[in-house]
Design a protein around this ligand. Sequence first.
Ligand SMILES: Nc1nc2c(ncn2[C@@H]2O[C@H](COP(=O)(O)OP(=O)(O)OP(=O)(O)O)[C@@H](O)[C@H]2O)c(=O)[nH]1
Ligand SMILES: [Mg+2]
Length: 277
Amino acid sequence: MNDHSSIPATELQPYTAEWYSRIRDGIGEIACKELGIYVIPDSFCLSVVIPIYNEFNTLLDLVNQVKSVPIRKELILVDDGSTDGTRDLLDDVEQMADAMNSFQVILHDQNQGKGSAVRTGFAHVTGNVVIIQDADLEYDPKEYPRLIRPLIEQKADVVYGSRFLGDYPHRVLYFWHYLGNRFLTTLSNCFTNLNLTDMETCYKVFTRETIEEILPKLRQNRFGIEPEITAKIARRRKRIYEMSISYSGRSYDDGKKIGWRDGISALWCILRYGLAD
Ligand SMILES: Nc1nc2c(ncn2[C@@H]2O[C@H](COP(=O)(O)OP(=O)(O)OP(=O)(O)O)[C@@H](O)[C@H]2O)c(=O)[nH]1
Ligand SMILES: [Mg+2]
């Protein structure tokens, strides 16, 4: 093994055993735990599934943010029939690969919806843990190390990042959306008997085994995928953790697309998948 004792901890690769032990020697194990300093095994790979529909303005920033998280990753970008020039950006994205990041780009011929793009992405994952990442800038990839920790420590099969827990910064936006969200989460909880605070969150993280188990049963093409996934993991009695996350929600002026019809469809999916697989 190399002797890293003369190298400052800040120059070591984060989450390696050397990095961890150097910091632990300085501040102790309890402080490490509090600060989210832990070891990610060298062999670990995170699959980041990115569903994309007309996200020309944010896609490259998002990909750069994901890339700069110091964990080995495969980025699986699924373009869902974009018509705003996003596809031209994707031509160059694969060249952004480096030692820590590999890329797969998959193109849908026609727009089918987020659920469909997520399912396509799931079918291509090879990493140990899988996270869904929207292609706008509402969620912060810097939170990956926190979110994957319960999975790496084998305490959980699934982690949901909640926008309604903790005091991470949240952009204050639409009251009726918030209420709609709470209502959908509560109704979903009634069927699943889970005590979630944010069923609709984008940040859902799974072991690859969990994805392999539920993927053949997933049917929803649009935003109904969120309650559908939740019902399927509940039915299979997966160990689920929730963690607080930050949220920089966008306004309709910024390009927000979700609308009341998606709420109705979510309602239907909660009932449908709450009653039967
Ligand atoms: N709206 C929409 N998003 C899609 C579709 N296919 C893939 N996506 C992607 O799915 C992710 C989530 O879509 P968003 O429109 O951001 O949905 P949201 O975050 O729930 O809602 P807003 O951002 O508030 O509109 C984004 O990365 C989209 O680019 C689609 O057909 N419609
Ligand atoms: Mg969004």
